[in-house]
Design a protein around this ligand. Structure first.
Ligand SMILES: CC(=O)SCCNC(=O)CCNC(=O)[C@H](O)C(C)(C)COP(=O)(O)OP(=O)(O)OC[C@H]1O[C@@H](n2cnc3c(N)ncnc32)[C@H](O)[C@@H]1OP(=O)(O)O
Length: 424
């Protein structure tokens, strides 16, 4: 709770009433958030369903009020797990649903909500905060850096498509109810396998099965297939719809999750086998897509954009880097000096890596660093998905010891390919 001369800030848990309808504060907050993102208005049933999803996620909602009308700004945070390359998934502070009404924009409302929210997250002991964004120009100023990327891929299928080696297992169409049943367990295996993966929130499952529509009626255009390993156990799935107005017909993938490399290739082999379609679009493919190397025609796969995906903000340098996984072969130490306008990651730290673990010691600010960097770059480097040499070339790292960026790359090498698909 907070008040300025003009505005009152209130944070409350998302709630539904006893009859299942959206609690009035949650309903008004939802209406403001939907308008901010140009989403269709919700009717009472839609509000009840949306409120139930917010409750299922455990979202804490912040609204900013002036006068009697609904909120002029919205903000939400909740806890989800992030794969940081270690055995244990790391509970992480997730931020979402940020909107400010155009008639109140650029008066510092986002800044007020964000600084207070990060203060609470830090106080609660979260080593990291994370978000996915509508625009790439907003969150750097709050210490967030791009930590994972995805590729917008278009794959030419039909006669042009051939795998160099047939993938293992088999794929089969399944009903959407079966998809809803098996998808969470497949996703859990994917989530455990990839640094950079964030757990899914309630809306995702309904979206990928076509249940979540503005009309409240299921989207009957959605089809799904599961992939089964050689023992008949599901290890991947895909859901897609066809866009009939394109020539050739294009299949738009809604979700493609594989627990194994073989399942990933097997699902693509399945998609490419669908007749009367010539292209498959998947906008959340791995940026460094193994599919390219698995097919006979490299040029059959076009990546039109590499999108910034997960943005990370380090709130506690020792806790974050000690929670992370390291390759057994990584060994050595390096001194990093971090500047951070909000203070959380600021300081000089020695990172020592041995036996697949790190210990981090805060040093005096007068101690000489090997590298200096800003908080967003620390977030970018954290998972090992962004090469320090790339940031060095971009002028975002300063080397004080020759070769330090290369040494940091070896220390932070990820334990598995860095890739996540969750947008929140
Ligand atoms: C995690 C998520 O939910 S991502 C979704 C973000 N929301 C949207 O895209 C919805 C549409 N946009 C909006 O609702 C608003 O324009 C917001 C939320 C992006 C910004 O809210 P405002 O209250 O206007 O921001 P505020 O006044 O606090 O500005 C804070 C700083 O961010 C900058 N900023 C704000 N919006 C933008 C933007 N879209 N692009 C670049 N910079 C921006 C401001 O210039 C200001 O900079 P400074 O403090 O360094 O001088």
């Amino acid at each position: 709770m907070g008040t300025t001369d003009q505005y009152t800030f209130r944070t409350f848990p998302a709630a539904t009433a006893a009859d299942g309808s959206a609690d009035p504060d949650t309903a008004a907050w939802l209406d403001a958030e939907r308008r901010g993102f140009h989403d269709n208005r919700l009717d009472p049933a839609g509000r009840a369903a949306a409120a139930a999803r917010l409750v299922a996620d455990g979202r804490q909602l912040t609204g900013v009020y002036t006068g009697d009308s609904g909120p002029v700004a919205t903000f939400a945070s909740f806890t989800g797990t992030l794969n940081v390359g270690a055995e244990d998934l790391l509970p992480t502070h997730l931020i979402s649903n940020v909107t400010v009404r155009p008639t109140h924009r650029r008066r510092g409302l986002l800044r007020s909500m964000m600084t207070e929210n990060l203060r609470r997250a830090s106080e609660a002991g979260f080593p990291l905060a994370a978000l996915t964004v509508s625009e790439a120009t907003i969150y750097r100023r709050f210490g967030f850096g791009v930590a994972t990327t995805v590729g917008h891929s278009t794959v030419s299928t039909g006669e042009r498509f051939r795998m160099l080696v047939p993938p293992p297992g088999r794929a089969e169409y399944i009903e959407l109810t079966e998809l809803a049943r098996l998808a969470p367990a497949v996703f859990a295996r994917f989530h455990a396998a990839h640094p950079g993966s964030v757990d899914r929130h309630a809306a995702t499952w309904q979206r990928i099965t076509g249940e979540l529509t503005d009309s409240g009626q299921p989207d009957l255009s959605v089809y799904a297939a599961a992939h089964y390993d050689d023992d008949g156990h599901p290890d991947g799935y895909v859901s897609y719809r066809s866009t009939s107005d394109s020539n050739p017909r294009t299949l738009e993938v809604l979700d493609l999750i594989a627990a194994t490399d073989g399942a990933y290739l097997g699902l693509w082999d399945f998609l490419a086998s669908i007749d009367l379609a010539g292209l498959v679009d998947w906008k959340i493919a791995p940026a460094d897509d193994p599919l390219r190397w698995a097919v006979a025609d490299w040029r059959g796969i076009t990546q039109t954009f590499v999108e910034d995906w997960l943005w990370l903000r380090v709130l506690d340098v020792p806790a974050a880097f000690e929670a992370r996984g390291y390759l057994p072969a990584a060994s050595g130490e390096i001194v990093l000096q971090v500047s951070d306008a909000l203070g959380y990651a600021a300081g000089t730290f020695r990172l020592r890596v041995a036996d697949a673990r790190a210990s981090v010691t805060r040093l005096a600010d007068t101690d000489a660093p090997d590298l200096t960097l800003d908080a967003p770059e620390l977030g970018s480097l954290y998972l090992g998905g962004v090469d320090p040499l790339t940031l060095l070339a971009a002028g975002r790292l300063t080397e004080h010891t020759p070769g330090a960026a290369r040494r940091l790359a070896a220390l932070l090498a990820p334990t598995a390919p860095v890739y996540g698909t969750s947008h929140f």
